[in-house]
Design a protein around this ligand. Sequence first.
Ligand code: SF4
Length: 584
Amino acid sequence: MVPGHVISLYRKRLGSERGWIKKDWGGKLRVALVYPHVYRVGMSSLGFQWVYHLFNLRDEVVAERAFLPDGHEMSLYRQARSPLLSLESQRPLKDFHLIAFSLSFENDYPNILTILELAGLDPESSQRGAAFHLVAAGGILTFLNPEPVSRVFDFFAVGEAESQIPQMIDVLYDGVQQGVAKEELVEALVEKIPSIYVPARFEVEYGENGTITGWRSRYSGMAPKVKVAKCNPASMEIPYSPIKSPEIEFSEMLLLELGRGCGRGCRFCAAGFVYRPPRFHDDTKIRKFISEKDGKGIRWGLVSSAVSDFPHLDEMGQFILDQGCSFSISSLRADSVSDRLLEKIKSAGQRTITLAPEAGSSRMREVINKKLETEVILNAVRQVAQAGDLNLRLYFLIGLPTETQEDIEAIYDLVKVIKHNMVKIGAPRGRVSRIRLSINCFVPKAFTPFQWFSLEHIDLLKDKQKWLKKMLVKEGGIQVSFDVPKWAYVQTLLSMGDRRVGRILSLVHKYGGDWKKALRYSELNPDFYVYRPKDLQEILPWDFLDHGIRKSFLVNEYNRALEGKLTPSCKPNKCTACGVCPMV
Ligand code: SF4
């Protein structure tokens, strides 16, 4: 039975949105784009919104959205025993040819199983039979490590969406028109698109110690590696979020991508490696796009892995203001802060500046390749204080490789000096800016030089959090938030896991999201993935993905981290250090 309350809720939601697309279904390829979290979270994702736009650009496609129902909505579904519906036409997901998930956060994985169950689909690809619903995934996690959810999906589209969607539509549309069977269609995708990964085509082999010894292809003539798709900004539209909704946090903001990738080479940061090389969209093209967008008063959320590396960001800010619009920037590099830029940010109405020193000691910043001297951070802080009316948010990581108690104390010392500077400048003017700290646990990520490290034991992470909290509370005037070490453990398991971890996910689903129970009843030892430092020679679960980054480069970076040596930032077109550039 279709729940009337859900339909009313969805129609009301559509009534309050601006920018969504309603298409006639006749003869089209039907695509359900699913975000494995609730509506307000999914709609805050630029990638998810952009993919919606890319699919709907094509006349032969109708793409609609679906989300994890939130508490009230979920109970309506459960009461009515109704299958999950798409937002636009309120049709069951089973009516779509392609059900495509966008994967950005590992801890959302259990939601995928909940959504498929609600949709009336088996969460295991091999159990779904020949019925025509291709269940696929894209998004950054598919080109970091898709293995823990490999049993769920018929295929993954690994890499940047723009390079894959047009071809994918061609193959699927033709196949659907000709009534081609699901398996043949998957074959056709693999044949035409080198970035399509079909987990069922590989078998993973394990040694006695539990590590991977290799992959065996179930088919002959297969490429040994799956090529991760990249795109050239010169040949693409500027990605933006086309839909505004009052339900999302920044309801009046449209997100706009300035660039992709970051060339600074912080050794813990996945985006800094898998989006290589760093690329910015052309300044003139962005200006044209903004000026042609209908209406003044748009607030542009400028997005990039390294926004403040965008050349002449202050001038872009002034241009946006001149159009009668405003903007906001997620975070700035301390060495990119300038009085001019801060002035534009203030004029745009932004009240908080975010800096990410990541570590308190110079030694630790050298280990992670964060090329920022303490004095550079303090200079940026002083500029923020002098600009007035700006609060400060600071990001730090704890549990980093080689970290000692002195490094933790250095976070406290640095924050104390920062506060001292803010007070010294702000007090005579009658306003001392607020300081907020976000202190998160380091979680190792695939394709980074830190992929071989483990998570620090959660008891130690808790001790470090406790110590910092005590000291910072004593200091006063500083707001601190920490992430939860238990969730860092889960994230590490899902980031570092191989296919077998999928069995733990099934248990989590079976026990209604109870991770503790699932881990207790699992025959797999999760600590094997979370607390075991990996051997540099070991075959890693994601080694079959080809980003163009040489593994020897990552090993070298790992060794340089242990030696506390800095590595220079990317110099696109002038460097071949990691192996990516010649391939793009
Ligand atoms: S080849 Fe050089 S410039 Fe290109 S991504 Fe690698 S390190 Fe950066």
